[in-house]
Design a protein around this ligand. Structure first.
Ligand SMILES: [Zn+2]
Length: 198
């Protein structure tokens, strides 16, 4: 017997979420029809209000409820260092590691020649503009340690160095092929203090 059509539609929609396979999508769909109406309403409202409240910070492109975001508007931060990450989740991971007190820039992805993602598809132009306009003396490349992240770091180092800005890459401790987002605070703190010039 096939799944009811309404469930089928939900499964199709949920399957598109990152990291969710068909089995998990089915579990979530059945869960959503079993829970109380109140719980469903709370869930739906949390999505609607988040969609309405979240915006990109015009300086760092972090997702935030204000523009500029709380990090960019914090006067106590070191405004001469810029940590460059792939996603807003990576920014959160680095910021949890108390080692770092500079500013950030979110690229919005990583270079991936195989998927036809080039420099024009991530915020490389905006990054260069930011580095030119603000007095940044060091750019820390905190892209993932997988092949896309490494490709991105190499490319960025090439285009940032001519601006006479010191370029560093997160140091040892981060597993190769890893995602910054899932690294723990101690590992990230060590990687920041052990960063190496490129
Ligand atoms: Zn910001």
């Amino acid at each position: 017997m096939n799944r009811p059509q309404h469930i089928e539609r939900m499964v199709e929609a949920i399957k598109r979420f990152p990291g969710i396979g068909p089995k998990m999508a089915e579990r979530i769909s059945y869960h959503l029809v079993k829970i109380s109406q109140n719980e469903v309403d709370r869930f739906i409202n949390s999505i609607i209000s988040a969609r309405a409240a979240m915006r990109y910070c015009s300086k760092c492109f972090n997702l935030s409820e204000s523009d500029p975001c709380p990090i960019c508007s914090d006067d106590l931060r070191d405004k001469t260092i810029l940590c460059i990450v792939e996603t807003p989740q990576d920014l959160i991971a680095v910021s949890k590691a108390k080692e770092y007190n500079g500013l950030y820039f979110v690229l919005g992805g990583a270079l991936s020649p195989l998927d036809a993602v080039g420099p024009g598809d991530i915020r490389t132009d905006l990054l260069i503009k930011r580095l030119r306009e603000d007095s940044i003396s060091e750019a820390i490349l905190a892209t993932d340690t997988d092949s896309k992240g490494e490709t991105t770091a190499l490319y960025l180092a090439e285009i940032i160095k001519p601006l006479k800005i010191k370029v560093t890459r997160l140091g040892y401790g981060l597993p190769a092929g890893g995602d910054i987002e899932y690294a723990d605070e101690i590992t990230i703190s060590r990687a920041i203090s052990g960063r190496k010039e490129m």
